[in-house]
Ligand binder design. Structure first.
Ligand SMILES: [Zn+2]
Ligand SMILES: [Zn+2]
Length: 328
């Protein structure tokens, strides 16, 4: 099968012919139809996240099951599925026993320990696959498995109450979905974006207000929940001045730079800073359901697998406005 292989840290991706894997016990083989490229792919390629090389990245894979391994009873050939980052965990540590496998120290991650989705085929543990809702296209489904899942998890984690205002900082791959999820869930939604050329489109996504920074956010009355989906610590930290008392700032965008926060602001406005990951399959189910109902639409530029270098280059340089998806 063809696959995009990253030969070594910092290196260029190469399309190579590699052996098509066979499903082992509890596994399924998926013919990949769409695979999204996330900015995390850049962090992985640059070695900022753990993982050995050579390896195949891609943690937004969706496709059709074409073979099942021994003992698989809940999936069958022909099922349309996707696979999130977390495929399996040790099952024995405190966090696995607490049913919080996202905190397991020995996770099997798609594109981490396990082969990723930038290939013609991919293995997954059957239990990790999520059945796609009927009528949702592969192209629309793929980015929900990281970007959509992440932002919906973050919004749910902030536990917004009726009538609260939600702001989204960084209107890119994650943020353009976060705006739509917040609006679809019924919240007044404010986008914080430094790209004035995106304003019209951001309003079309459902934003009630578009502001440039934290001061602008404060001027329009602030937000009770800020979803930090930018790849810049500074851009995220700047918006905290627009957080209302008892507000929650949810960090989802990754940047190696530490976050500096004024302790005075934390204390006097009783602000909470929350980290959030993909907080469990319940949120993935909900995220896909919004997409299937047409309430959330991914804006993607699409590529063939043999054009993936071009897609990666554009993601790396920040030229992809929302999401790049490889279609097979
Ligand atoms: Zn991702
Ligand atoms: Zn564990």
């Amino acid at each position: 099968m063809k696959a995009a292989v990253v030969p070594a840290q910092h290196s260029k991706w190469e399309i190579r012919e590699v052996p098509r894997p066979e499903p082992g016990p509890s596994q399924v083989l998926i013919k990949i139809h769409a695979s999204g490229i996330c900015y995390t792919d850049v962090h992985q390629t640059e070695g900022a996240l753990p993982g050995t090389f050579p390896r195949i990245l891609g943690h937004e894979p969706v496709g059709e099951i074409v073979a099942i391994g021994a003992g698989v009873t809940t999936r069958k050939v022909g099922d349309r599925v996707g696979v999130p980052w977390l495929q399996a965990s040790c099952g024995r540590c405190e966090w696995c026993k607490r049913n919080k496998p996202m905190f397991c120290a020995q996770p099997i991650g798609t594109s981490g320990v396990a082969q990723g989705g930038h290939a013609e085929y991919m293995l997954s543990y059957a239990d990790a696959t999520m059945l796609l809702p009927e009528g949702l296209s592969y192209e629309q489904a793929a980015p929900i498995f990281c970007a959509g899942y992440t932002v919906w998890s973050g919004l749910r984690w902030a536990d917004p109450r009726p009538g609260e205002r939600v702001a989204v900082v960084g209107i890119g791959g994650l943020g353009h979905l976060a705006v739509q999820y917040a609006k679809a869930a019924g919240f007044e939604t404010i986008a914080v974006s430094r790209s004035p050329d995106k304003e019209k489109l951001i309003r079309q996504l459902g934003a009630d207000e578009v502001v440039a920074d934290g001061q602008g956010l404060a001027r329009v009355g602030g937000a009770d929940v800020i979803l930090g989906t930018a790849n810049s610590t500074e851009a995220m930290a700047d918006t905290i001045q627009g957080l209302r008392p008892d507000g929650r700032f949810v960090v989802m965008g990754f940047d190696p730079k530490p976050l500096q926060v004024s302790l005075g602001e934390l204390i006097m406005r009783r602000i909470r800073i929350l980290g959030s990951i993909q907080n469990g399959p319940e949120y993935l189910y909900e995220a896909l359901d919004f997409a299937a109902k047409g309430k959330v639409k991914v804006i993607a530029e699409t590529y063939r697998l043999d054009e993936i270098h071009r897609a990666y280059e554009r993601v790396e340089k920040g030229q992809v406005r929302f999401r790049a998806v490889v279609l097979n």
